[in-house]
Design a protein around this ligand. Structure first.
Ligand SMILES: Cc1ncc(COP(=O)(O)O)c(C=O)c1O
Length: 417
């Protein structure tokens, strides 16, 4: 039976999938079952940080896989502790403690528990200091905690009763945020650079206002860096990239990661400052597979390779090359290019597309229409909402592959007008 047939018959139909299946990958390239090669600028949605099957991951998987794979958090785990040390010293550069889990949604569930438990310990149940404020167009994952936190109706429909205690405010709207924060606020949680919601950066002023409000109301400022963290913006911390050169400094109380943190090995984590990490003491939280010797060793090897290989510098260099090239196109189909590092969103002008009968008949959103056309031309991209096409190449993508992507994508855009 074909892969599509097997999938349809046996796999839960919860994903809208493209009709291709890959057999192998190397660097920025994937090959499908017909042997066709694709230039992959999706990387598993910002996951394969160093591309497909990088040597550093293959080596860590086989070396650690032959030594110790899993033991349980009943015991001390050297590899986990060393990965936590890397997060604290290299990524955060601030004292704190790290928890490990398996995904982004789980990492965010952990943040929600951290904020509530901290407020409970400090103020007691009667204070009702348990509300988490999140932002419109956010995406925080598919667990019950994740969909309650996510301020997009489409992920919540049909799952009532939802986890209570969440309040959604418009992203970057300081006045509404001020009105929303009160003595019941346990935390403000947002993605410094929204991914699924359309590659929307938080303004430095919004981040600073959120930090001030958290301070004045004794609430936690928590950043979801599941997509924009782990070096994707050209710094270890996405919000620091966005604040660069503004003179504004903001530091959160807690941060979550997943996706690129494991380069394809399923691992999530969060860091909490020493001021609040103690709220999750023994017996309050856990995960069987969180921080296994294998997962930790693979993640640490990957992150060290990013750190030592000049990869963050490459991210910033390629961002500039892409932004300069796209600005020079002045393409009628592209309203703007936004984002930071190698988390970039092409805003497609739907009005231009609507002049094409093919587009109108397709019933597709502008972003999906462009993504499909690029796929037919041999390049993988991914929508972020209805109008934005995302580029999420590997962080160590070389000049030739960026040039190839620019050439291919421009040709695709030209063919659509
Ligand atoms: C910002 C953000 N948070 C959380 C998640 C959920 O991560 P996961 O799918 O690993 O649960 C995602 C996934 O797209 C995300 O982009």
């Amino acid at each position: 039976m074909t892969t599509a047939g097997l999938t349809e018959q046996f796999v839960l139909g919860n994903y809208g999938r493209f009709p291709i299946s890959f057999t192998h990958g190397e660097g920025s390239y994937l090959w499908d079952e017909d042997g066709r090669r694709y230039l992959d600028f999706v990387t598993g949605i910002a996951v394969c940080a160093l591309g497909h099957c990088p040597e550093v991951m293959k080596n860590a998987l086989t070396e650690q896989g032959g030594k110790l794979i899993h033991v349980s958090n009943l015991y001390q785990i050297r590899e986990q502790a060393e990965l936590a040390q890397f997060v604290v010293e290299k990524m955060m550069e601030r004292p704190g403690k790290v928890f490990f889990c398996n995904s982004g949604a789980e990492a965010n569930d952990g943040l929600i528990k951290l904020a509530r438990k901290r407020a409970f310990d400090k103020y007691g149940a009667k204070a009702g200091k348990n509300v988490i404020i999140t932002c419109k167009q956010s995406f925080h994952g598919r667990t019950l905690g994740g969909i309650a936190a996510t301020a997009q109706e489409k992920v919540k429909i049909g799952f009532d009763p939802l986890l209570p205690g969440f309040l959604h405010v418009p992203f970057n709207d300081i006045e509404t945020l001020k009105e929303a924060v009160n003595e019941h606020t346990a935390a403000i949680l947002f993605e410094p650079l929204q991914g699924e919601g359309g590659i929307n950066p938080a303004t430095p002023e919004f981040m600073a206002a959120a930090a001030e409000l958290c301070q004045s109301h004794d609430a936690l400022l928590m950043f979801d860096e599941v997509q924009c963290g782990s070096g994707r913006t050209g710094d270890w911390c996405g919000w620091r990239t966005l604040l660069e050169g503004t003179g504004i400094e903001v530091e959160p109380d807690a941060v979550s990661w997943a996706k690129g943190f494991g380069g394809g090995f399923p691992i999530g984590s969060f860091w909490a400052s020493d001021d609040c990490a103690g709220a999750l003491g023994p017996g309050t939280h856990g995960s069987t597979f969180g921080g296994t010797p294998l997962g930790s060793a693979v993640s640490l090897a990957l992150l060290k390779a990013i750190d030592e290989g000049g990869v963050l510098e490459n991210v910033k260099r390629q961002e500039k090359r892409i932004k300069d090239a796209v600005a020079a196109w002045g393409h009628p189909l592209i309203d703007s290019l936004r984002g930071a590092g190698l988390m970039l969103g092409f805003v497609v002008d739907g009005e231009v597309l609507r002049k094409q009968a093919d587009f109108v008949e397709s019933g597709k959103t502008p972003s999906l229409y462009v993504v499909n056309a690029a796929m037919e031309a041999g390049m993988l991209t991914v929508p972020a909402g209805e109008n934005v096409v995302r580029w999420l190449p590997r962080l160590d993508v070389p000049d030739e592959e960026v040039d190839e992507a620019l050439g291919l994508f421009k040709k695709v855009l030209d063919s659509l007008i």
